[in-house]
Design a binder for this molecule. Structure first.
Ligand SMILES: [Mg+2]
Length: 459
């Protein structure tokens, strides 16, 4: 079986007593494109009905590949940015138009992004794809004479956020999901069987989700209950279920737990220590101390790079796992490109010595005050230009295997992306789906491999 769980820091599952799971996009898989299309449509309607946007915006069509995970949204400037691990801007769009290389150099020269600034938002989860797409589309519209009167870019972002909040609060998004579960939610029998296998091994499994109880119950009833063999309901399968958890605050604050009655959904204060059951709110701190757990023996797995992984790692000593759905396609595309990458590398190996030779010839002219190398320099420059003509279509071919606007999620050119940096730094393990994790043995020993650094020179 091909390796599907990737390891940044060694993790011995035998030591892990408790496995915590996020729900949306982790335990419960969505048909993401359908869901984001729906969110896009509902946000447009809300902008028209509550924020007085012109009705003609309802014609905007959702474009799923306009945004990818890890992008930074510059709300003041109306830009989407792809950022390297050092915070340098590597790709950028203003509205729907790419900002070309030279213009980008002029605008962003030496700008390094600090994503903690309030002007920036990041696409940390698939739930933000529709937001980023709609923002880019409305910025694009505002730049046309017909739609000049749309609000400033940062107000557009605030309005979209408001529309999304409204869609959640008044249930307009969730009621469509409820009535058409099969269109939006994936049922997977295998994951349920593997969860029961882990429980046989003595692992306690719990859920911490920001979704509220009624929605969580809807999804878990649909995706878990039909496939259980040893349990009656997901309520018996999971030791503790925490809904409405307000992550990332759950990991660093001390909010109170409320106990939920599974029948009525009504909530009561918790006066004693946590026992198995369903809760709302709470904190990792109280969870760990009430159950008398060693935080190093808890593994938490989620898909939100900031809320589930980065913030957790900064505040608690639980171990972390990241679900990163796009990884499967990214690995397959990289495999497909390996022959093309070798061709590019071979051509670069030809090109670099020629460029060094050109520099030597120019230096010789400067230092000895003559122009005798011109012919040779021109011949070599011609060779470089021929090589570039061969390399360029190969690069285009490589890029065609990835997102047409943004390329790979994990890389920007040869550098790692900022998203890749966060994964490497904060996720102990990462994998495309939760099933990839649960298909492995509950006694697995995940070993990190020796990493290459710049000075290792591939040895
Ligand atoms: Mg999630």
């Amino acid at each position: 079986m091909k390796k599907k769980v990737f390891v940044n820091r060694t993790l011995n599952l035998k030591k892990i007593t408790h496995i915590g799971l996020d729900m949306d996009h982790t335990l419960i898989r969505y048909k993401t494109e359908n869901f984001e299309k729906l969110a896009h449509e509902i946000m447009l309607k809300k902008l028209v009905s509550t924020r007085e946007y012109p009705e003609s915006i309802l014609n905007l069509k959702f474009e799923y590949n306009r945004a990818i995970k890890g992008l930074v949204i510059d709300k003041n400037a109306g830009n989407l940015l792809k950022v390297s691990r050092f915070g340098g801007i590597k790709e950028s769009f203003h509205g729907l138009k790419p900002i070309e290389y030279y213009q980008r150099k002029k605008i962003f020269a030496n700008t390094f992004i600090d994503i903690s600034e309030p002007n920036y938002d990041t696409i940390d989860t698939n739930f933000s794809i529709s937001f980023a797409t709609l923002f880019a589309q409305l910025v694009e519209l505002k730049n046309t004479s017909e739609f000049q009167s749309l609000p400033e870019y940062n107000q557009i972002a605030a309005d979209i956020n408001y529309a999304l909040d409204q869609a959640h609060q008044d249930g307009s998004l969730k009621s469509v999901v409820r009535d058409n579960l099969a269109d939006y939610i994936i049922q997977d029998e295998k994951i349920v069987h593997h969860l029961e296998k882990f429980i046989k091994h003595g692992k306690k499994i719990f859920i911490v989700t920001n979704s509220e109880y009624p929605y969580s119950k809807l999804l878990l009833d649909y995706a878990i209950n039909p496939f259980l063999k040893d349990h009656k309901s997901w309520m018996d399968l999971f030791e503790i279920t925490i809904t409405g958890s307000k992550k990332p605050r759950f990991f660093y604050d001390n909010l109170r737990f409320l106990k939920i009655d599974p029948e009525t959904g009504s909530m009561t204060n918790v006066s004693s220590k946590l026992t198995p059951g369903i809760y709302q709110g709470g904190s990792a701190n109280v969870f760990t101390s009430d159950l008398n757990l060693d935080p190093g023996n808890i593994l938490y797995i989620g898909d939100h790079i900031y809320g589930d992984v980065v913030r957790l790692k900064k505040d608690c000593s639980w171990r972390t796992g990241l679900i990163f759905e796009e990884l499967d396609d990214e690995i397959k595309s990289n495999d497909k490109c390996s022959a093309l990458n070798s061709e590019v590398e071979a051509l670069m190996a030809e090109k670099i010595p020629i460029e060094i030779k050109i520099d030597e010839l120019i230096s010789d002219e400067i230092e000895n005050n003559h122009k005798n190398n011109r012919t040779e320099i021109n011949q070599l420059l011609e060779k470089v230009s021929q090589l570039d003509k061969t390399i360029s279509p190969l690069i285009t071919k490589i890029q065609s295997h990835f997102n047409p606007y943004w390329g790979e999620i994990m890389r920007t050119g040869i550098e790692e992306s900022y998203f890749a940096y966060q994964v490497e730094r904060f996720a102990d393990i990462y994998m495309p789906t939760l099933l990839d994790f649960f298909e492995q043995s509950p006694r697995a020993y995940y070993r990190s491999s020796r990493r290459l650094m710049a000075h290792d020179d591939g040895q």
